[in-house]
Design a protein around this ligand. Structure first.
Ligand SMILES: *[C@@H]1O[C@H](CO)[C@@H](O)[C@H](O)[C@H]1NC(C)=O
Ligand SMILES: *[C@@H]1O[C@H](CO)[C@@H](O)[C@H](O)[C@H]1NC(C)=O
Ligand SMILES: *[C@@H]1O[C@H](CO)[C@@H](O)[C@H](O)[C@H]1NC(C)=O
Ligand SMILES: *[C@@H]1O[C@H](CO)[C@@H](O)[C@H](O)[C@H]1NC(C)=O
Ligand SMILES: *[C@@H]1O[C@H](CO)[C@@H](O)[C@H](O)[C@H]1NC(C)=O
Length: 410
């Protein structure tokens, strides 16, 4: 029933648009990737980039592969070779850490963002040829301890996204819980269970505060400065003045959905997955809640070309290709996990839109202006997240196509 239904939906979704296979071509992805690597500099950009490169270049080590966690400590030479971009980012980060630093990189006041590099660092340490080199695992442990013990928490247990006050940002869910879960997957015994549980708890506690009746998540809640209860897609805005404060902001429902998917898959591929059956069901529901609440906005507005808007439920804001890409990626990922293909036509429209939004040099257009945060990008201005989310959309789409073809072969 479902495979058949999905095929029908797939055909309907694809045929409404341009002819040709609905996927990115390799040459485009190569350019998008090169640009991503060129302009990603901030902690969270590097963390997201490392995840995108893992999914693109060494998918067997991604939590979205069907492989069990932890991964082998001695991957094959070819895996090692294709993982070199990821290992290089982690190596650069760890070698640049000041002595005794408890965070992987300066987060400019953000507690969650440096942790986004944690998975790449932990993975690099786990697979090092030189088993005596503890620098990566020590760096990851220090970051984990910092997050769990030194950062202030909300009364419900949620770890703050900021170092100096309790403030919850939707972004956090992509930056920290996937790393906490991954450290759990690399651990044993009670530590493994406790860390996987903590990663789940953070998702639950963030949702408890940020989600509202629309099913969507607010951007920033609690604390002072930067309060923003609109439903940001992802938004991309550096160092802008808001309520009199300089903040580094970037956020949204896309981060939350994509982060919870990584936590879910990390738990599901661990050898204690059966301990977390209800938690996995909840994570699945919560991702579905976001994407199924977001996509109805896709068709409501002028243009109707598949885009979502910067504030998802406000058609007076502008089209934001970045958030459209990450939500589409999450929708493909979720469908593979649930075998529910109801939302695929929305993701297909979004993918077509993203394809149409990439210029000949491999830049994603129609992202958020990095300086003003509430207007579209100016000509010539580019978004690191936009590049990264395009890669995440590509890898999610390719995995979805593989999944569909396997269904059809059975
Ligand atoms: C990054 O872009 C600049 C400007 O186009 C270019 O000069 C430089 O070679 C690029 N660097 C990398 C690593 O691609
Ligand atoms: C780092 O920690 C070690 C002991 O853990 C200590 O001997 C050393 O002085 C510390 N270095 C700095 C720069 O704080
Ligand atoms: C699952 O979510 C529901 C509602 O969101 C909550 O009541 C329940 O406690 C959660 N289960 C676990 C194991 O956390
Ligand atoms: C999609 O529509 C939005 C406005 O609704 C527009 O800003 C954007 O440029 C369009 N994108 C493409 C690729 O046509
Ligand atoms: C599939 O997903 C859609 C969208 O979230 C939902 O409305 C529907 O109930 C789901 N179907 C099943 C069988 O779970």
């Amino acid at each position: 029933m479902f495979p058949l239904l999905s095929l029908v939906l797939l055909v309907v979704g694809a045929s409404a648009f341009a002819p040709g296979p609905l996927r990115f071509d390799d040459a485009t992805i190569a350019k998008v990737k090169a640009n991503m690597m060129n302009i990603s500099t901030h902690s969270w950009e590097l963390g997201a980039e490392a995840q995108a490169l893992t999914e693109l270049e060494v998918p067997s080590l991604s939590v979205f592969s069907n492989n069990r966690l932890p991964p082998p400590q001695s991957p094959s030479l070819s895996v090692r070779k294709t993982a070199s971009d990821v290992f290089n980012i982690a190596t650069t980060i760890v070698r640049a850490m000041p002595p005794n630093s408890t965070t992987l990189i300066d987060g400019d006041g953000a507690a969650g963002d440096p942790a986004s590099l944690g998975v790449a660092v932990a993975l690099t340490g786990w697979t090092l040829t030189d088993r005596s080199d503890q620098s990566f695992s020590n760096a990851a442990s220090a970051q984990l301890n910092h997050l769990l013990t030194a950062v202030p928490r909300n009364s419900n247990g949620a770890i703050s996204h900021r170092e100096d006050q309790v403030q919850l940002w939707a972004d956090f869910v992509y930056m920290a819980p996937p790393f906490i879960a991954y450290e759990g997957a690399l651990s044993t015994g009670d530590t493994k269970i406790n860390l996987l549980q903590e990663a789940y708890n953070q998702c639950q506690e963030y949702r408890e505060v940020l989600r509202d009746d629309s099913g969507l998540w607010q951007h920033i809640v609690l604390g002072t400065g930067g309060l923003d209860s609109t439903h940001w897609g992802t938004g991309k805005y550096w160092h802008y003045k808001l309520l009199g404060q300089n903040l580094i902001v970037l956020s949204g429902n896309g981060w939350a959905a994509a982060g919870m998917l990584r936590v879910l898959e990390t738990i599901s591929h661990s050898d204690v997955a059966s301990t977390f059956i209800e938690e996995r069901r909840n994570l699945t529901r919560w991702v579905n809640e976001i994407v199924s609440s977001a996509w109805p906005h896709q068709a409501s507005f002028a243009g109707k070309n598949g885009t979502l808007f910067n504030v998802l439920d406000d058609p007076n804001t502008f089209a934001d290709s970045s958030s459209t890409a990450i939500l589409a990626a999450s929708t493909y990922r979720l469908a593979v996990i649930t075998n529910n293909h109801t939302l695929i036509p929305f993701a297909d429209r979004a993918l077509q839109l993203i394809k149409n939004s990439i210029d000949q040099d491999g830049w994603l257009l129609n992202t958020v202006d990095p300086l003003t945060f509430n207007t579209p990008s100016l000509p010539g201005a580019h978004s690191p997240e936009g590049q990264t989310f395009t890669i995440l959309l590509h890898t999610a789409r390719e995995d979805y196509l593989t999944y569909i073809s396997q269904l059809n072969n059975h």
